[in-house]
Design a protein around this ligand. Structure first.
Ligand SMILES: [Zn+2]
Ligand SMILES: [Zn+2]
Length: 358
């Protein structure tokens, strides 16, 4: 059988909010000049997929095919595609399009384009406004080639998915902080939350040369964090340990999704001019108080994913320095098991689905 996009794409979809995903078929949109077709090999499952399945943010439309950490092989390209070829291994992240023309796009911050389209959040991503853009819980995708990123040769495909959303999300602010050099030498970076995002953030920060501190409740994850490259460990549940590290950090990256973060609890760790930066989505950030920030000249900030150029830089860096997510493998057909483990908080550390729908 020729490797071409089928008339009906097979997928796993949630048909209503909070439902389990089940088999679902949909036709691809017509191939536009800048589109490419990919055969999906792997898809990561991100906490955001669960929020979208559950319609936690009121953005979801059903049937909803999740998956925005997609890896695949290019099997066809539109007539205007010049930089991708059939056979290329590519990744698609949370963003599927931007306008390319606005001030933000022109400035290279296309992840902040007011007309950006996320991979399946808005559902209609094509120019007709009719066809639905679905996620990577599918056998194939037809999508804007400009948001398909070539994967460096030699980087194992099954590890790519978690880089496409989670990896980019943690690496982009660290790159911005490090500057063009990607060098965090002589910087002390703290990573709060050692889960799906945090375990990648430790690797990126450490491999960029930072003195990297894992910040976690209890000491159970200490040796694990050291193995990832952390040079220090701060037990956030220990007042003595927090005191011992007071005024130490230049930058603190919050990688916690869900739960309540008491921001004031962490401010004492910061050096003057330090930055507390959020990338995970906690349920709530609590106990915000201006004075401790002001009197230490601290910055509080946050960021969503990263730009296209940061994506390319991140993939190159991950391949060169072997930043690799720790994954648990499932398949598209067993996606519900992966979803349940993420709901239960028992996943180590990112779930990846291998496409077995073909
Ligand atoms: Zn995500
Ligand atoms: Zn734009």
């Amino acid at each position: 059988m020729p490797d071409q996009i089928p008339e009906k794409i097979s997928s796993m979809a949630a048909l209503e909010a909070k439902a389990k995903v089940e088999s679902y078929q949909y036709p691809p949109k017509p191939l536009a000049g800048l589109d490419a077709d990919i055969r999906v090999t792997y898809t990561g499952v991100c906490a955001t997929d669960i929020h979208m399945i559950d319609n936690d943010w009121g953005l979801s439309r059903y049937p909803l095919v999740p998956g925005h950490e997609v890896v695949g092989h290019v099997i066809a390209v539109g007539s205007d595609v010049s930089d991708l070829r059939v056979g290329d291994v590519v990744g698609l992240g949370a963003q599927a399009q931007a306008c390319g023309e606005c001030e933000n796009c022109q400035a290279g911050i296309d992840n902040l384009c007011p007309h950006r389209k996320f991979t399946y959040f808005e559902n209609t991503v094509d120019e007709t406004g009719v066809h639905v853009h679905h996620g990577g819980f599918s056998t194939h995708l037809r999508t804007d080639s400009r948001y398909l990123f070539k994967i460096p040769e030699g980087y194992e495909e099954k590890y790519v998915g978690p880089l496409m959303c989670g990896g980019l999300t943690v690496a982009a602010p660290l790159y911005e902080y490090a500057g063009e050099s990607w060098n965090l030498k002589d910087r002390r970076i703290g990573i709060v939350g050692i889960g799906g995002l945090g375990h990648m953030a430790i690797q990126f920060a450490a491999k960029m040369g930072a003195e990297t501190f894992a910040v976690s409740r209890g000491t159970g994850k200490r040796s694990f964090c050291e193995a990832l490259g952390a040079t220090g460990f701060i037990d956030s549940s220990s007042p003595a340990d927090m005191d011992a590290h007071a005024g130490k950090l230049h930058y603190l990256l919050f990688c916690i999704s869900g739960g309540i973060i008491d921001i004031n609890h962490y401010v004492g760790l910061m050096r003057p001019y330090g930055t507390l930066h959020f990338v995970g989505v906690p349920e709530k950030v609590d106990n915000f108080s201006l004075m401790p920030l002001m009197f230490n000249r601290l910055t509080l900030s946050s960021s969503p994913i990263g730009s296209s150029s940061q994506m390319r830089a991140m993939l190159k860096f991950a391949a060169k320095y072997d930043v690799r997510p720790i994954i648990e493998e499932f398949t598209h057909k067993t996606a519900n098991e992966a979803i349940q483990k993420i709901r239960d908080g028992t996943i180590r550390f990112r779930a990846v689905l291998k496409n077995d729908l073909l």
